[in-house]
Ligand binder design. Structure first.
Ligand SMILES: [Zn+2]
Length: 294
């Protein structure tokens, strides 16, 4: 049965992947994705999912001890070092900052930070615990942005959640100053993990992820929207996502409740495939940095 054509390249040659919310277990419903044989885009087929239900998170940032928070904060210093290769000060917008580690490091290092986040609990956390002032509690896609304000916009692991990436990128572009930067990271549809785990690959994260791209597909979208690729990175962030992929894969497929067992087996697989996944292009996720054209 033909469902549609690939939304990126209009190819009719694709495979169907059936998967469910293994990562958070918010429902048992099966969702279908198409995997394009021509451009490798993975895209969700089902529409009208009622996604709000699936964003319920089990872990509140308020449950984290200060000690644990600071430990993870330190691990995020590599992001700051990478960022400092491009910018040392300025106005930064972070979209969907998670527990806020990266934004906090920027704030501690002389950057002015604006935040957009739709989760109420997280916004309260940024406000009360991390002392951020400029927080917009709003939908990532619909939030209003000020034109020509930012030296950089940062969106780690965001673009794969969006149904209409082109419109979103246009909006972001308007908010960035000329020659300003756009930093993103996203799962890699041509990764080694996806090749072997297929519909069980944790980075499909159904139904939250609408599209999984390859580095080339993101580059095409960004270039079409007047950005130039200035850097691609397969470093520590990729390695941590590879590790997350293996541990989650073990947890989701073996369905063993023993956290320590999952972690040990996941780490063993991670180490076993480490040399292969370290090859640029093979990792589970990548960072790209773009510069806004004049
Ligand atoms: Zn395609």
């Amino acid at each position: 049965m033909k469902y549609k054509v690939c939304s990126m390249c209009s190819s009719e040659n694709y495979k169907i992947l059936r998967t469910k919310d293994y990562n958070r277990g918010n429902s048992n419903k099966i969702y279908e994705y198409s995997q394009c044989y021509n451009c490798s885009l993975i895209s969700i087929i089902d529409t009208n999912i009622g996604l709000d239900h699936y964003y319920k998170s089990s872990l509140s940032p308020f449950d984290l001890t200060d000690k644990k928070f600071n430990k993870i904060l330190k691990k995020n210093i590599y992001f700051l070092k990478y960022f400092n290769k491009f910018l040392n000060n300025g106005n930064i917008l972070e979209i969907g900052p998670g527990f806020g580690y990266f934004s906090l490091l920027l704030k501690q290092n002389n950057f002015n930070i604006d935040i957009i986040e739709q989760d109420h609990d997280l916004c309260q956390f940024y406000k009360t615990k991390l002392n951020f002032k400029n927080i917009k509690e709003d939908d990532i896609f619909n939030a209003k942005l000020t034109n020509d304000k930012y030296d950089a916009v940062v969106a780690w692991q965001v673009i794969e959640h969006l149904k209409y990436p082109d419109e979103w990128i246009l909006k972001i572009r308007d908010s960035i100053k000329t020659k300003g930067y756009f930093f993103l990271s996203t799962p890699n549809a041509s990764s080694f993990q996806f090749k072997i785990m297929k519909s069980l690959w944790p980075h499909i994260d159904t139904p939250r992820h609408q599209f999984i791209y390859t580095p080339d597909l993101i580059k095409n979208i960004m270039e079409k929207n007047n950005f130039t690729l200035v850097n691609i990175n397969w470093g520590i962030d990729t390695i941590l996502w590879n590790r997350f992929g293996w541990i989650s894969f073990v947890k989701n497929t073996l369905n063993i409740k023993n956290k320590i067992f999952n972690k040990i087996l996941g780490n063993l697989l991670f180490l076993l495939f480490f040399p292969l996944e370290s090859i640029p292009g093979y990792g589970s996720s990548f960072i790209q940095v773009y510069k806004k054209n004049i």
